[in-house]
Design a protein around this ligand. Structure first.
Ligand code: C5P
Length: 205
């Protein structure tokens, strides 16, 4: 069984995808991490993320880069969103994601275009979303807890900019796949979101 989980930043899609993988005993790939690695690699090389050739060259990043904690930062998220608009970058990362999806036992993948591009044949497709206010509040809490000085207004502006870029790019824009179950987690606890996701997968398979 392939489970595709898509949605915007801080919607809870990563938490939902990890929980589904645990529940069904499937391997999980956070595809955002691949784009983050490319963005981070461009920055390390001192290149321009908006330049397609530079971004494409950065898709040859070392595997151990995926474990670097800096990949999780907001700054890297912004770089990821910029390199991900280039079709050549998306193409370069396609095979790796496709091969992961096609493992014999099945897999859970989360990202922006899993149900639309990477695995349109997925048995279960979820589109996890939440209001900008709810997502910004979560990010704000996480960052404050990790001891970082951040302003809620800055986080909201950053999320809105990233949503705008992800939804409006020409190649593989963020959108609900046909037949996807939309899960709005704005008013849900983590446990409620996980229970709703499992119910949606059970209904779909
Ligand atoms: O999900 P995450 O916030 O880690 O993704 C970082 C960025 O990578 C997103 O804003 C998006 O631009 C890009 N991305 C993508 N396609 C995916 C996963 C992530 O374009 N499948």
């Amino acid at each position: 069984m392939i489970i595709a989980v898509d949605g915007p930043t801080a919607s809870g899609k990563g938490t939902v995808a990890r929980a589904l993988a645990r529940h069904y005993g499937l391997p999980h790939l956070d595809t955002g991490l691949l784009y983050r690695a490319v963005g981070y690699q461009v920055a390390r090389l001192g290149g321009d993320p908006d330049e397609a050739g530079t971004a494409l060259a950065a898709t040859r990043f070392p595997d151990d880069l995926l474990a670097d904690p800096e990949l999780r930062s907001e700054a890297t998220g912004g770089l990821a969103s910029r390199v991900s608009v280039h079709p050549a970058v998306r193409q370069a990362l396609y095979e790796r994601q496709r091969a992961f999806a096609l493992q014999p036992g099945g897999a859970v993948l989360d990202g922006r275009d899993i149900g639309t591009v990477i695995a349109p044949e997925a048995e279960a497709k979820l589109f996890v979303t939440a209001s900008v206010a709810a997502r910004a509040a979560r990010r704000f809490r996480e960052m404050r807890e990790s001891g970082r000085e951040v302003e809620l207004a800055d986080i909201m502006a950053d999320l809105a900019a990233r949503d705008e870029r992800d939804r409006n790019r020409a190649e593989a824009p963020l959108r609900e796949a046909e037949g996807a179950h939309v899960l709005d987690t704005s008013e849900m606890t983590v446990d409620e979101a996980i229970a709703a996701a499992i119910a949606a997968v059970e209904h779909a398979r």
